[in-house]
Write a protein that binds this ligand. Sequence first.
Ligand code: GRF
Length: 214
Amino acid sequence: MKTGVLASGSGSNLQSLIDNWQKGTLAPAELVVVGANVEGCLALDRAQNAGIGTFVLSHKAFAVREDFDHAMVAELRKRGVELVVLAGFMRVLTPAFLDAFPKRVLNIHPALLPAFPGIHAQKQAFDYGVKVAGCTVHFVDAGTDTGPIIAQAVVPVMPDDAEETLQKRILAEEHRLLPAVVRAVAAGKVTVEGRRVRVEAASAFADGRLRSLV
Ligand code: GRF
């Protein structure tokens, strides 16, 4: 399944997708393009180093969100993209984008949704004083981090944690969870009924370290 990744920043989740793809463990998903809205972001370098085509569209060049979204869709369609993964992509997408890829847009969020949506999720969780934290991969809808949850991974919050150490622990789980979900979606092992998402767990999450709650 031809997969496009959208990113805005450092792209460590993109890197984990690339590493899996190069090892053959992302199949049947195939990375065909990486798009960014921030010129010069590290994610673009990572894609180029892996020989993946890239494009940059600055949202600032568009008067309204929908125009930006239509332009993004056109870029992805050019490369035959069927599945879109948001890996640190810091723009909210409108139906102008989402309707072009129904149930085929995934996002990784660094908190156990529905708790702590939006930005600085790890800080929100840390400041709140939760005892477990984690990450969520979900289908994207028009809200902010509100779409149906596909999989989650949990990490403990240690008594001597700082926000940075917690963030690092969550990120390590993100790097395991996202490729597993992309693989499962591409393999047709993920079905959605309203808010409830079913994953054929045995094969999709064979790696017990994922500790996924599906
Ligand atoms: C990750 O924490 C992801 O969950 C969130 O943005 C961050 C992106 O990090 N959506 P990176 O660019 O993949 O390193």
